[in-house]
Design a protein around this ligand. Structure first.
Ligand code: DGL
Length: 263
């Protein structure tokens, strides 16, 4: 699985909790983050490179694009190019939000790239969502997470400004359409108020992985109760920082980080 940085760890956490015996290789492409403001063509190239790397160098049986921006930019192409299942986070997120919303008014926040791509509107249409999506970009949120600053006064002030459109639209559910945003959940919840339910794609993505492993018969069957998979974390940027902040965000499984260098 991969993300531009720490965001995909929200999906990794859900996956490790649900499927503790599966091996995981996580790549945080921190030397090229943030993906959100980049042209989608460029993000597509990054996603193709990382997906090929995971398949060729790590022999993975499935790739999870644990990044909305990369899912919006590249998912269809990656599925076409590779034989292993490739999963994104947009569809699972939409499914999760539609299950929760009672009014049908769902807000979606994401990076500039994700929101501008229209991927969420298309996903909602494919689910024949009855209500209305209110989509809004939140440039700047990701940088706070990458700095490890998730509850500061500055991030709160930014959240007040960026969340105003979805708040004013009276949504009952807010889909966190960027895998970094669950780390800002406290701040986002403070601004949105208690009556708005925050939804992330992490759990639903992990459930989808479970279904695919069952359908394809490729799940790992532990030989002993409590057997844990091997969890590897790679970063293309500062590995020391990835270990420090990643350990805080994900938990004890992230106790070592390897460097990955793009040629
Ligand atoms: N976590 C990513 C996403 O879900 C990317 C954030 C970024 O690099 O801008 O969109």
């Amino acid at each position: 699985m991969f993300d531009s940085g720490f965001g995909g760890l929200t999906v990794a956490r859900a996956l490790i909790d649900l499927l503790p015996a599966e091996d995981v290789v996580y790549i945080g492409d921190t030397c090229r983050y943030p993906y959100g403001p980049r042209p989608l063509d460029e993000v597509r190239d990054f996603a193709r490179q990382i997906t090929s790397f995971l398949i060729d160098q790590h022999d993975v049986k499935m790739v999870i694009v644990a990044c909305n921006t990369a899912s919006a930019a590249a998912l269809d192409l990656l599925r076409f190019e590779h034989d292993v299942p490739v999963l994104g986070v947009i569809d699972p997120g939409v499914r999760a939000a539609l299950k929760v919303s009672t009014s049908g008014r769902v807000g979606v926040i994401g990076t500039v790239g994700t929101i501008a791509s229209g991927a969420y509107q298309r996903a909602a249409q494919s689910h024949r969502a009855p209500g209305e999506l209110v989509c809004s970009a939140c440039p700047g949120f990701v940088k706070f997470v990458e700095r490890g600053e998730t509850t500061s006064e500055q991030v709160h002030v930014l959240a007040e400004r960026l969340l105003a459109p979805v708040k004013e639209a009276g949504v009952d559910t807010l889909l966190l359409g960027c895998t970094h945003y669950p780390f800002l959940a406290r701040t986002i919840a403070d601004v949105m108020g208690r009556e708005v339910v925050l939804v992330s794609s992490a759990d639903e993505t992990a459930f989808e992985v479970t279904d695919i492993l069952a359908e394809t018969g490729t799940g790992h069957h532990p030989r002993a109760a409590g057997e844990r998979g091997h969890h590897r974390f790679l970063s293309s940027g500062d590995v020391g920082w990835f270990k420090e902040l990643g350990g805080r965000l994900l938990g004890p499984e992230l106790d070592a980080v390897e460097a990955v260098l793009w040629g």
